[in-house]
Design a protein around this ligand. Structure first.
Ligand SMILES: *Cc1c(COP(=O)(O)O)cnc(C)c1O
Length: 240
């Protein structure tokens, strides 16, 4: 697995993708069992920089959830997608780009302001759709990252809960590299508290956290969607 992970994406074969996928399934299932979880975790294939033939192949293995984080790249590839999978938007989203993706994705993981939610709501109404959203939490308080401060969740969610064409489904986080364990625990606590204490967040049932390097730990702390890019398709040779 380590060897496959370090292989550059261009050299990753379909067989590698298959073996990588099986390893992720196995590791995630083992983490579910060790933590005594009886619910489920979904494996999302994160598609940035990945050519369509590899994405379509991943679907043939059983992947039915794709994660997009760049609007331009997504739109350029969308035509060649099989449309068999559910598609979620997971990257930073500018308000003026919402209109391009609103009819193509069923969930947006990166909502971090009332203004962005209001734009999603407005475009959703115009298209007659009702997308799911997650609030992205900047759990490590890193200035370089998007997301709401933990303390801003209550006010933001309360305002967003008034919007009629959006469903609040949960929380998402990208914790500081190497400190996953600590921050996944903090996310789980925030998620459980918010669900129990506040009616406008009581329906939350998705916790999107864990990437190729730390998904096992995320599953232990209740992740329901692990977002896997390089761990399936090989190492990207530049930072994205
Ligand atoms: C790229 C990306 C991932 C996947 O990262 P890997 O380390 O390649 O698994 C997950 N979530 C988001 C938001 C991303 O941008």
């Amino acid at each position: 697995m380590t060897e496959r992970l370090s292989k550059p994406a261009e050299q990753t074969t379909m067989e590698d993708i298959k073996q990588n996928y099986l390893a992720v399934c196995e590791n995630a299932a083992e983490a579910m069992e060790l933590s005594g979880r009886k619910d489920r975790v979904r494996i999302m294939a994160v598609t940035k920089t990945v050519p369509c033939d590899k994405i379509n192949y991943a679907e043939s293995l059983g992947i039915n959830l794709l994660g997009e984080n760049r609007v331009q790249e997504f739109l350029s590839k969308y035509e060649n997608y099989s449309k068999k999978s559910e598609i979620h938007f997971i990257g930073g989203l500018q308000k003026n780009k919402v209109k391009y993706i609103i009819d193509k994705v069923s969930m947006i993981h990166s909502v971090d302001s009332v203004e962005l939610a209001a734009e999603i709501n407005r475009r959703a109404a115009a298209h007659g759709v009702k997308p799911d959203i997650l609030f992205e939490i900047n759990i490590g308080n890193e200035p370089s990252k998007g997301g709401l401060a933990k303390d801003a969740l209550y006010d933001t969610a309360k305002a967003v809960s008034e919007l009629e064409n959006i469903r609040i489904r949960g929380l998402m986080a990208i914790p500081p590299a190497g400190r996953g364990e600590y921050y996944f625990a903090a996310m789980q606590e925030l998620f459980e508290n918010a669900r129990q204490k506040y009616s406008f967040m009581s329906a939350m049932d998705e916790l999107s956290m864990g990437m190729s390097g730390d998904y096992v730990s995320a599953v232990k702390y209740g992740s329901t969607i692990i977002r896997i890019g390089s761990g399936l398709f090989g190492a990207r040779n530049y930072a994205v």
